[in-house]
Design a protein. Structure first.
Ligand code: HEC
Ligand code: HEC
Ligand code: HEC
Ligand code: HEC
Ligand code: HEC
Ligand code: HEC
Ligand code: HEC
Ligand code: HEC
Ligand code: HEC
Ligand code: HEC
Length: 383
């Protein structure tokens, strides 16, 4: 590199290296980063005494008596963070952490270059001082100690899963490790207490990651993974389907809303074991599909209930809409000895008064969980 001589300044100033006056102020190599005389190294040897340089190069480093400006090469000034750090270090795992972490996660970040503990009177190596994120503790039982960086290795650091219920073999990484593996580096994919591995079913893909919150479901409560604001029953099903032609959706709402008015709502418990909490036994502790109460004889291939009382001999398909009407489950009236084919609907109430009105309509009685009815309640209601 070319060194510019400014004789006027050189003559009347002591040389920083204490050498002969009259020669160049700085030794050759002042601009060569590979040289021991490089000005950055000289500054470090001088415990970052910028005031020494300012004596000749000016308080504002714009030239001063030396008439050589630092700002031609360091536009932001020689004491700007970027002059010494650029876009940030690339040593060790710095580059890997550039997305997802910031300096403050691992270092005390100085407010200015001359802040105590940064470089002035502070010999290498750099201090690793963990920020709040590494110290996150979801359950104290899973934290063995405070986060630490020792011998090039991180221990008890939340970010790498060391404070989760199931740390992995690489939850205590070395700063010079080459990361091996993928999502299973910090936690299992899925963790070993999981029965299902399609993360997005239960953890929204938009959830912030490594933020100290285990985001389960898109909303709190029972509609977080299935159903919507009106009910935890599908739609949405677990894949987000909303059409009744999807097996996960099917006739759920037809059974819960009963738009035909054939009876009141049919509770989830009629067809499923209903969990009191997300983690309750029988809920998500097995592989898909969802379990249907055994007594109904749910036949997944045929998409129908083989032994449910409700539909009598008719076996409508779960995903087929509009197939249930007066007359599809039993005759109106049934063709048996108790009935004559000519009986009109208005006559039913004379023998089935708790089910039918004299006007020939089904009786629905308002209740706290929707209307109730003696129709399709499991026994034949007579006088
Ligand atoms: C005694 C006055 C004086 C002091 C103190 C001084 N310099 Fe200089 N510096 C000069 C002069 C004069 C030049 C012009 C080249 C020469 O004479 O060596 C110069 C040149 C330089 C150059 C080369 C610039 C170029 O474009 O060639 C750098 C870099 C530099 N100084 C850095 C520093 C740093 C860093 C310090 C503080 C550690 C410092 N100087 C302290 C006077 C000084
Ligand atoms: C001719 C260009 C040039 C001039 C003028 C110049 N520098 Fe530099 N300076 C450099 C280069 C090149 C580097 C090394 C950058 C790198 O390693 O990425 C550097 C690095 C530095 C560093 C960083 C040291 C470190 O360890 O990270 C400091 C501080 C610095 N210069 C101060 C000064 C000061 C003070 C002056 C004026 C007195 C000055 N420089 C003038 C080119 C210059
Ligand atoms: C994930 C943690 C982490 C993050 C984030 C991080 N560092 Fe570091 N840093 C370290 C570790 C570990 C070392 C090595 C300490 C040692 O020498 O053992 C280190 C070393 C350093 C050093 C000493 C020189 C070197 O390259 O080793 C500097 C300077 C530094 N970091 C600056 C920064 C700055 C500036 C940022 C933000 C842009 C940053 N670090 C972000 C962990 C981190
Ligand atoms: C003159 C050069 C220089 C400037 C300017 C500078 N740093 Fe540094 N910084 C260093 C060096 C050298 C280290 C390594 C210190 C060590 O090894 O102990 C360092 C270390 C760090 C570290 C690691 C933690 C530590 O203190 O060791 C962080 C973070 C950091 N600097 C941020 C900043 C920020 C932010 C700014 C601007 C406000 C800044 N630095 C300005 C040279 C500088
Ligand atoms: C069937 C639903 C479901 C699926 C699918 C699922 N998780 Fe989870 N996950 C949960 C529940 C529930 C928790 C416990 C939340 C709590 O304890 O607060 C959890 C907790 C976690 C935790 C926290 C640590 C732990 O073991 O408790 C991690 C990490 C995690 N899941 C990752 C995954 C990954 C990765 C996948 C996909 C490979 C996945 N999960 C698939 C329901 C699921
Ligand atoms: C660097 C460590 C690390 C890696 C690598 C990692 N995770 Fe995680 N992950 C965590 C931590 C820590 C948690 C605990 C919850 C939190 O803070 O977000 C978590 C939680 C999760 C969860 C639970 C939901 C939530 O709250 O975030 C899912 C799902 C998940 N991770 C999926 C993945 C997938 C998919 C990958 C691969 C693309 C992956 N993780 C890679 C550290 C990691
Ligand atoms: C009439 C019977 C019935 C009722 C009532 C019922 N379900 Fe279902 N449910 C089913 C059937 C059948 C399936 C499909 C099972 C399969 O995939 O093999 C199912 C599947 C599901 C699934 C899994 C969806 C998917 O994507 O695979 C969830 C979740 C579910 N039901 C929740 C509920 C909830 C919550 C309620 C009450 C609010 C409810 N169900 C009421 C019969 C019912
Ligand atoms: C973390 C996501 C998630 C949340 C939150 C959730 N569920 Fe589920 N739910 C599922 C999954 C996955 C299935 C399918 C389970 C299977 O494979 O057996 C399911 C199935 C069901 C079923 C069908 C029967 C079964 O267990 O298969 C019912 C009923 C049900 N959930 C009710 C609830 C209730 C009540 C809540 C609130 C206490 C709730 N769910 C909260 C994920 C969730
Ligand atoms: C989804 C199948 C289904 C449909 C459709 C249906 N029923 Fe029924 N009905 C039943 C079942 C099952 C019984 C047997 C008794 C019970 O469980 O209430 C029954 C019994 C009856 C009874 C006897 C009294 C009683 O409740 O036990 C009357 C009356 C009756 N239904 C009238 C009607 C009328 C009127 C319609 C059309 C508006 C109709 N049903 C449509 C399933 C159905
Ligand atoms: C004269 C009395 C009488 C009238 C009127 C009557 N039923 Fe019934 N119904 C009965 C008796 C008795 C039973 C019980 C039969 C049994 O248990 O074998 C019965 C049973 C039923 C059942 C149960 C299924 C079955 O086949 O046993 C249905 C459905 C039913 N009636 C529908 C109707 C409808 C619809 C009407 C009006 C169109 C009606 N009934 C009018 C006497 C009557």
């Amino acid at each position: 590199m070319v060194i510019v001589l400014v004789a006027a300044c050189a003559e009347d100033r002591p040389r920083p290296d204490g050498g002969d006056a009259g020669a160049r102020v700085h030794p050759a190599g002042i601009l060569d980063p590979a040289s021991e005389a490089f000005h950055g190294k000289e500054l470090a040897r001088r415990n970052w005494s910028f005031t020494t340089c300012a004596r000749c190069h000016g308080e504002d480093f714009a030239g001063g008596a030396a008439k050589v400006s630092c700002l031609t090469c360091h536009a932001d000034g020689p004491t700007a963070c970027t002059t010494c750090h650029g876009d940030g270090p690339t040593t060790g795992a710095h580059a890997l952490h550039r997305t997802g972490a910031t300096c403050v996660d691992c270092h005390r970040v100085p407010a200015s270059w001359d802040a105590p503990g940064h470089i002035v009177d502070d010999a290498a190596p750099a201090e690793v001082t963990f920020g709040a994120r590494a110290s996150i503790t979801l359950d104290p039982a899973h934290r063995a100690g405070p986060p630490a960086y020792e011998g090039g290795r991180c221990t008890n650091v939340y970010c790498h899963g060391d404070v989760l219920p199931f740390p992995t073999a690489t939850s205590e990484p070395r700063w010079d490790d080459t990361p091996v593996g993928g999502c299973n580096r910090c936690h299992g994919a899925p963790p070993p207490d999981h029965a299902q591995d399609h993360c997005a079913t239960c953890h929204p893909t938009s959830a912030p990651h490594i933020d100290g919150v285990i985001q389960v479901g898109s909303t709190s409560g029972c509609s977080g993974c299935h159903g919507d604001a009106s009910s935890p029953a599908p739609p949405n099903d677990l894949d987000g389907n909303r059409l009744t032609t999807a097996l996960g959706v099917g006739a759920h709402r037809a059974h819960l809303d009963v738009p035909t008015g054939l009876r009141g709502p049919i509770a989830c418990a009629t067809c499923h074991l209903v969990p009191a909490t997300v983690g309750a036994p029988g809920h998500i502790d097995s592989m898909l599909p969802a379990e249907v109460t055994a007594g109904l004889g749910w036949d997944r291939a045929a998409q129908t209930c083989a032994s449910a009382w409700c539909h009598q001999a008719s076996r409508p398909r779960w995903t087929e809409a509009g197939v249930v009407a007066c007359g599809t489950c039993h005759g109106v009236p049934p063709a048996d000895a108790s009935h004559s084919p000519s009986m009109p609907l208005t006559q039913c109430a004379s023998c089935h008064p708790r089910t039918m009105t004299p006007a020939g309509t089904l009786i629905l009685t308002p209740g706290p969980n929707g209307p109730t009815s003696e129709h399709i309640d499991g026994d034949v209601d007579l006088l």
